[in-house]
Design a protein around this ligand. Sequence first.
Ligand code: NIG
Ligand code: FE
Length: 416
Amino acid sequence: MKKTLIKNISTLFQVRKNITEPLRGKELGEIPIIKDAWLAIENGIIVEYGNMKDFPGIADWQKLTIIDAQNVNIFPCFADSHTHLVYAGNREQEFEWRLNGLTYQEIAQRGGGIINSAEQLRMASEDELFEIALQRLKLIISMGTGAVEIKSGYGLNTESELKILKVIRRLKNLDLIPIKATFLGAHAIPIEYKQDKQKYIDIVINEMIPRVAQEQLADFIDVFCEDGYFSKEDTEHILEVGLKYNLIAKIHAEQLSHSGGIEAAVKYNALSVDHIEYINDTDVELLKKSKTIPVILPGAAYFLSLSPAPAKKIIENNLPLAIASDFNPGSSPSGNMAMQMSLACVMNKITPIQAFNASTINGAFAMNLQNQCGWIDIGMRANLIFTNKNTTPTTLCYHYAHPWIEKVMINGEFFN
Ligand code: NIG
Ligand code: FE
């Protein structure tokens, strides 16, 4: 058995007991800490922790690694509940078009956007995709992500959607960090069905979902509910079929306009509704009566110059709020969660502690990984961020984009 003891930790952040629900309201503004702490890890799992003054001593020195963490603060890793990190190529050209005045929708109408990524992805082999996705996974881990959800959605035909989900399964099987897979066949209408959306929806429903379920390739199902993509009615239909195959809903809703996605999501007990720039008061009331978690993706709002989602209003209404990166080649080409936190503070006007809780505990809940990660407790994975002793959640947001992470520990081992 591999055992590690970390002692003399300057401050251990986000130490919690008995968390059974995502944090909401006032709780989101608090972060429990232990100063001068110790933490014991066995086989990658946290087995005990406490204050140094109560340290019981070492009974068994065999195979024990001791880390002296004087001058070091430790945080749980981020839990990023929304990414599209399996993609081919990039969309730098479209970025330039947008800077020259075209909108996201205008670019999509020109055959850019998700369709462009689908064209590039269809040409890549499963092995090629796996290699690039693995590089991206390692990159986000080095930036502090310790659990992630990854979507399909750039295949847009059965073969290519399954190809992406198989890549995600291979990433899962590496057991680096916990990964959840989401089937997002209804991400856009592929060029070959541009004039016949219903035909494509039929393929999603009758061909893709049964295959995905049969091969157990996904945990969740997602739909891009948006004008020009999938309507509220389409979304409901797809979620209903998904549920029959035990795929839990997690949807893209109210990003570029108000399309009724939240209503559809709540009706089908979605785990989360993501983006929500255009959420209205009726939606807030619906969410209050549900268990659905509202997730903001500040990186996408920043990159597309959208008005930020009303995160403060969500917190004031005692709803749980999560933050995710939306890492994808079109609307959010970065999986840096600390950057998302800083954007959430500056654009959505929430506090650094609210942003940290939304990016750790609530992120874990937004992908049903709360039994493995999101905070420090006995039984949780030892996926940890090491910083110097002056770094706090505020520092991450204030010195945005600075290399404040000194080391990342994954399953009890330093990651490099
Ligand atoms: O979450 N909104 C839809 N899907 C992605 C964008 C995908 C893309 O542009 O490639 C998002 O923003
Ligand atoms: Fe997305």
